[in-house]
Design a protein around this ligand. Structure first.
Ligand SMILES: [Zn+2]
Length: 257
């Protein structure tokens, strides 16, 4: 009888042996997290104790949060009325290989930087073609500004936000050449801060992709070779959901260290 493969066990054993490690790409979700809000609007994060040790012998809370809080996933329904809601997304797409494009150097001199087609072509020259159906993650270096909402949202005197994102051209290139399951970024939006019409969202949400926004620790991921597991809440009819996002990163073999 042929030996039965046990891929799940082999994967976990590889982590236990130190051949791969888990990186948490998730910000902590609490009242201190930067939120997308107007002016001096109060924090949309609310939590109240519904059970206390003293009264009930156990502890529990009731929370109220925006669907797009801290590290979160956008579902196509966010922009497309006929698009899938967060509970309808194919779970197979929550587990995917990731490519990481680093534009943090360009962002240092231009906070409104948008990743270009040339950036993607240069990435592919260096690392080979992006695998079809992967998750594309954009490392802009912006996560280091968390949890300062002032620094993270970076609004000017007119209230216009300034942070980097994807250009429409780059999004078209990815849809046509890579067919990714999703796009991710370490800012609050895959559209750059000054965007008024969310043109990249419009393109990619109507194309059925999901987004991961406000991810962190992308600098710990290699350009290729990391697997990502992104798990949103299964919110009925939801436009998105906070998500726990983990990366599985291969460690270099000891001999090469
Ligand atoms: Zn979004």
């Amino acid at each position: 009888m042929a030996e039965q493969s046990n891929i799940p066990a082999e994967l976990l054993q590889a982590i236990q042996r130190g051949e791969a490690r888990v990186v948490d790409l998730t910000h902590t979700l609490g009242p201190q997290a930067p939120f997308w809000r107007e002016g001096n609007a109060p924090s949309p994060f609310h939590a109240k104790d519904t059970a206390t040790y003293r009264r009930d012998s156990y502890f529990g809370r009731e929370i109220q949060i925006p669907e797009h809080s801290a590290t979160h996933m956008d579902a196509p329904r966010h922009f497309d009325p006929a698009g899938k809601s967060i509970d309808q997304l194919a779970v197979e797409n929550f587990l995917t290989m990731a490519v990481v494009v680093d534009v943090s150097a360009a962002v240092r001199s231009n906070p409104d930087y948008r990743v270009t087609v040339a950036d993607l072509e240069n990435w592919e020259k260096a690392h080979g073609p992006m695998p079809r159906g992967c998750l594309v993650l954009l490392n802009t270096g912006w996560a280091s500004r968390w949890p300062s909402e002032k620094q993270f949202m970076n609004q000017d005197a007119e209230g216009v936000r300034h942070f980097p994102g994807y250009s429409l051209g780059a999004a078209h290139y990815l849809l046509e050449h890579v067919h990714p399951v999703g796009l991710g970024i370490d800012t609050s939006s895959i559209d750059y801060g000054p965007s008024k019409d969310f043109e990249v969202h419009r393109l990619t949400m109507f194309a059925g992709l999901y987004h991961l926004e406000n991810v962190v620790h992308l600098e710990e991921l290699p350009p290729t070779g990391a697997a990502v597991i992104a798990l949103p809440l299964k919110l009925e009819g939801g436009s998105g959901s906070p998500a726990r996002v983990l990366a599985l990163v291969p460690n270099e073999p000891p001999a090469r260290r």
